[in-house]
Design a protein around this ligand. Structure first.
Ligand code: 5FX
Length: 534
């Protein structure tokens, strides 16, 4: 029987596992959903939202019990653990786990006749893990940004300005509000390194890519920033351990898992990373690719050679190649805003929407629209703004103009922020579109024309868990191998070139990008001034 490789995804709502063989064929998958499979923890979508609405946590032990349950499900289904050569995985980014003094020795000496939950349930100094949905650390952002010389300086060091959910700020809050809990902590894991620790039976290190989501790691030097550490917590370096590249083999599977489930003793555990970096790996990209994920929110992932810090978007060390970086920009107004225009202007039909798009030329005769139905991340603004070819604000557009305006406005913004994050478009740049709206070829054509590149489409369900499988395979490949050579999915799973850009359109779109930038600045300034006056 051939080797298998496992990828675990400790996401917000569930733990998922996928097994692939050495030819990248998916052989098995299983999951445990927190709300329904473990109702005793009382989570809603995997989280506890506190009374203040901005504090959001998850019970750490729920994740332990979920892993017990998942492994039991696999065993009951007859999954042959002895075929697993290596495994890796990911966790929701930014969430953190606080192991109590003495927990390491319990973790190292688990007994196979009890569950991990039974043995580890009292091992956490802070029972509720802060997670990425938390927004309760605004004052701590000011402290950290102030200490390093402002938000852009923090972005230059750590890849991101301060964000409430980032782990360093969450740690600073714990030091301030629960000093006893912090003093009682011997190790802090991210959700990702926590998952790896449970497989390893020891503390697994934090990897550089997920470590980039903490406002603590110097992403160029690949060491913790001593200034950030000092501001966030006393004795923090010792509690974090040294970070490692994402493709590090952190050890062999725990004796507990060997005895209890029949893993082979030499099965390797590869460092876990964050869910977004893992998704990048799961999409099997090539260097320089731009991934545009079109979901209820739109996310642009970039594989970039250098870290270009900005106030918008974030930069992580690349999980595939630690000498390069991964940029990520997320927009809240994605498919839902497109669908609202489709409902309003095209009678609820995407086919009619596409036909209407053909009635206006690329560039929309100079009309530009900005559609932010919910508060946007960047720019910080809300509302709908329409401008005619003379930059005069107008109340409404004819329906066919509105249809083109929302697509052009959104994808000019995607391009502009990707460029701020370090995107340079060269002859080999590909946009890889994924997510629900990537099935709509008229939307893809607008992307191809605005980015002035070919658009490929890929549909990879569970890209984060799959990224764990791929990273496990890659970590065992000979040193220096290129990821895209080792991870070369069968042709039917490769991205397909779906749209070519129309020649000559950069003449229309380049000046339009500059106009978009100015108009966006104008509406944002006005919006923020109005908010300030309220
Ligand atoms: C990224 O910065 C995020 O906060 C989210 O995408 C989480 O990783 C979701 F798990």
């Amino acid at each position: 029987m051939s080797d298998l490789f496992l990828g675990f995804d400790f996401s917000t709502q569930q733990i998922k596992v996928i097994a692939v063989d050495g030819d990248l064929n998916v052989k098995y998958d299983e999951h445990v959903k927190f709300d329904t499979d473990l109702p005793e923890f009382g989570t809603e979508n995997g989280a506890h939202i506190h009374a203040d609405k901005i504090t959001v946590t998850a019970p750490t032990v729920m994740w332990v019990k979920a892993l017990d349950l998942l492994l039991d499900k696999m065993k009951n289904a007859g999954f042959d653990f002895s075929r697993v050569a290596a495994m890796s995985g990911d966790g929701q980014q930014h969430g953190s786990v606080y192991w109590k003094k003495g927990a390491r020795s319990i973790l190292q000496n688990l007994s196979a006749d009890k569950s991990m939950y039974d043995q580890l349930k009292d091992s956490f100094a802070i029972p509720e893990s802060p997670i990425w949905m938390d927004a309760s650390t605004s004052s701590h952002i000011k402290t950290l940004e102030g200490a390093v010389g402002g938000p852009l300086e923090l972005a230059k060091i750590t890849g991101s300005r301060g964000f409430e959910r980032y782990t360093g700020l969450q740690i600073m809050k714990i030091v301030e509000t629960n000093r006893e809990g912090y003093n009682n902590t011997e190790r802090i894991s991210l959700v990702s390194s926590f998952g790896a620790s449970l497989l390893l039976g020891d503390y697994a290190p934090i990897d550089y890519s997920d470590g980039s989501g903490m406002n603590l790691l110097d992403i160029n030097k690949k060491t913790w920033s001593s200034t950030c550490l000092e501001v966030c917590g006393p004795g923090l370096a010792a509690r974090l351990g040294d970070p490692v590249p994402a493709n590090t083999v952190v050890g062999s599977v725990s004796q507990y898992l060997v005895s209890k489930y029949g893993f082979r003793a030499d099965c390797k555990v590869i460092a876990f990373t964050g869910d977004n970096p893992a998704s990048l790996a799961g999409l099997a990209p090539s260097e320089g690719d731009v991934i545009v994920s079109l979901g209820s929110s739109d996310t642009v992932f970039l594989w970039i050679p250098r870290a270009t810090p900005s106030m918008d978007g974030v930069i992580f060390v690349n999980p595939i190649d630690q000498a390069t970086f991964m940029g990520l920009v997320c927009f809240k107004n994605g498919s839902l805003s497109r669908a609202a225009v489709m409902e309003r202007c095209a009678g609820g039909s995407w086919d009619t929407f596409s036909e209407m798009l053909q009635k206006t030329p690329p560039g929309n005769n100079g009309n530009i629209g900005l559609y932010f139905d919910v508060p946007e991340i960047q720019p910080v603004v809300m509302g709908t703004y329409r401008f005619d070819e003379h930059n005069k604000q107008v109340e409404s557009f004819p329906p066919e103009v509105e249809v083109r305006a929302i697509l052009e406005g959104q994808f000019l913004a995607r391009l502009m922020y990707a460029q701020k994050c370090g995107l340079t478009i060269g002859p080999s740049t590909r946009v890889i579109a994924t997510g629900g709206a990537s099935a709509n070829s008229s939307i893809l054509q607008v992307i191809a024309d605005i980015f002035n590149v070919e658009v490929y489409v890929t549909d990879v369900p569970n890209s984060a868990a799959l990224g764990g499988c791929y990273r496990a395979i890659y970590a065992l490949a000979p040193k220096g191998s290129s990821f895209s050579k080792v991870i070369n999915p069968a042709v039917e799973h490769q991205p397909v070139c779906t749209c070519k850009h129309s020649p000559g359109l950069e003449k229309a779109y380049q000046p339009m990008l500059e106009r978009y930038r100015q108009l966006e600045e104008q509406v944002t300034t006005l919006y923020q001034a109005n908010q300030g006056n309220k």
